[in-house]
Design a protein around this ligand. Structure first.
Ligand code: HPA
Length: 282
């Protein structure tokens, strides 16, 4: 079957399934990156759906990615969290990577928070730092919007000047101030993986103005912006990128750092969500 036609069908069947299995559809979605899944464990009054039950959804294979959708209350606000996401390096078509985002839009979700683990390029960062993504460099990202445009989701040439929402920046800054949890800001460069980058590649990214590097988020942010959703993205700097410090990188270290900052990170996200929910009430 035609790739886009199949994608449309997958979006409809996944959306219908989720709608019929949740009592209530939250207004805010949160995608939890590598090792950041523990945030979902802080939710209360939860309802969860394994990806394997959702027709049209791919399966999560990356270590540190659970592979389920959880609706629950965080700080009194109901959210829909993806515990584990899909990456192109797992071999997925980019349409499968962005499918959940389009499903969220179909379900009526207006705000999406994307989180990830990333390597720090900016030498002012250190392991465990949090960085709000103010913009991205996605030349190496698989093109989420190639092929027939899905007009029902958005226009052919969507704007990316405001890929990340200015209003959500303010709410995140406010949350950082009120919790005292430091939130750096910077530019995220997409690297396709699955290998970590070479020091020479990191020097190129640095010259291009990148502050952090990672293997996710950009396709989802592009697809979300296409639909008009407001996007906020936050990286956990789990390690300094290749060559920034002279030692080997490994995924265990990435997971250990994200585990170490998980509480911290959850508290900040919870406060941001509270701010978003208050905005929605106004
Ligand atoms: N590079 C790419 N992706 C990553 C890194 C990194 O150094 N750390 C965590 N995800």
């Amino acid at each position: 079957m035609d790739r886009i036609k199949k994608h449309r069908q997958n979006i409809s069947s996944a959306s219908e399934y989720i709608r019929s299995h949740l009592k209530q559809i939250p207004k805010i979605a949160v995608v939890l990156g590598s090792g950041l899944g523990p945030l979902a464990d802080t939710l209360v009054n939860t309802e969860s759906i394994p990806y394997s039950d959702i027709p049209g959804f791919a399966q999560s294979t990356a270590p540190g990615h659970e592979g389920r959708l959880i609706a629950g209350d965080l700080n009194g606000c109901r959210i829909l969290a993806m515990q584990g996401r899909f990456h192109s390096y797992e071999g997925y078509d980019v349409l499968d990577v962005v499918l959940p985002v389009r499903v969220f839009h179909t379900l009526g979700i207006k705000d999406i928070i994307l989180t990830n683990a990333a390597g720090g390029i900016n030498p002012d960062f250190s392991e465990g730092a949090l960085m709000m993504i103010t913009d991205h460099i996605g030349f190496l990202a698989p093109p989420a919007l190639w092929g027939e445009n899905l007009e029902e989701f958005g226009p052919r040439f969507p704007d990316m000047t405001y890929a990340y929402s200015r209003q959500l920046f303010e709410l995140a800054r406010k949350a950082s101030k009120s919790t005292g949890i430091k939130l750096n800001e910077g530019i995220y460069a997409y690297a396709p993986g699955a290998q970590y980058e070479t020091p020479a590649e990191i020097r190129v990214f640095s010259k291009l103005g990148a502050d952090a590097v990672g293997m996710s988020t950009v396709p989802e942010a592009v697809a979300a912006r296409h639909t008009g959703m407001s996007v906020l993205a936050i990286s956990c700097i789990t390690n300094m990128a290749a060559g920034i410090i002279d030692r080997e990188l490994n995924h265990i270290e990435v997971l250990e750092t994200s585990k170490r900052v998980a509480d911290h990170f959850s508290n900040l996200i919870a406060e941001i969500i509270k701010n978003i929910a208050e905005k929605d009430v106004q």
